[in-house]
Structure formats: structure tokens, C-alpha cells
Write a protein that binds this ligand. Structure first.
Ligand SMILES: [Zn+2]
Length: 73
């Protein structure tokens, strides 16, 4: 896994948990049936996998971080 793909962006794909590319690294402790895969536009490989609950948490964390920064500016 390289970091190069991150800069070129991702596509997101919803798949069944059974289709996880790296089940041992899947970010989900709730046994969710569906997961989201982030696939690099460069390598076309799955770079990141997490469930919808964790995706929401992560998304909110990122947005909160951006909002906080914008307030400070
Ligand atoms: Zn989950």
C-alpha cells in the first residue's frame, strides 16, 4: 500500500462485508453487513475499508475539524 494514491483521490464503493479486501483490517466492531471501500484512482486498489457507522464518525470528525479551522480564520 502506497501513499501516492491518496493525492489523486478515491471512489467509494458499498459492498457486502464478505467482500472486504482486508477483513483483518476492516474498521468495524459492530458486525455491520455492509462496508464502504475507498478505491484509489491511481492503483484501482482498495486502500481503506470501514463500515457505515465508522464512516459517519470519521466524516463528522473531519467536517468538525474543518469547521473549527474556518472559525479560527
Ligand atoms: Zn460497523
Amino acid at each position: 500500500m502506497t501513499l501516492g494514491g491518496f493525492q489523486e483521490g478515491f471512489i467509494a464503493r458499498n459492498v457486502a462485508r464478505e467482500e472486504a479486501r482486508f477483513p483483518q483490517f476492516l474498521i468495524c466492531s459492530h458486525n455491520c453487513k455492509e462496508i464502504i471501500q475507498l478505491i484509489s484512482n491511481v492503483s484501482c486498489e482498495v486502500e481503506f475499508e470501514l463500515c457505515e457507522k465508522e464512516a459517519r464518525k470519521l466524516g463528522e470528525l473531519l467536517i468538525a475539524s474543518v469547521d473549527k479551522k474556518e472559525k479560527e480564520e
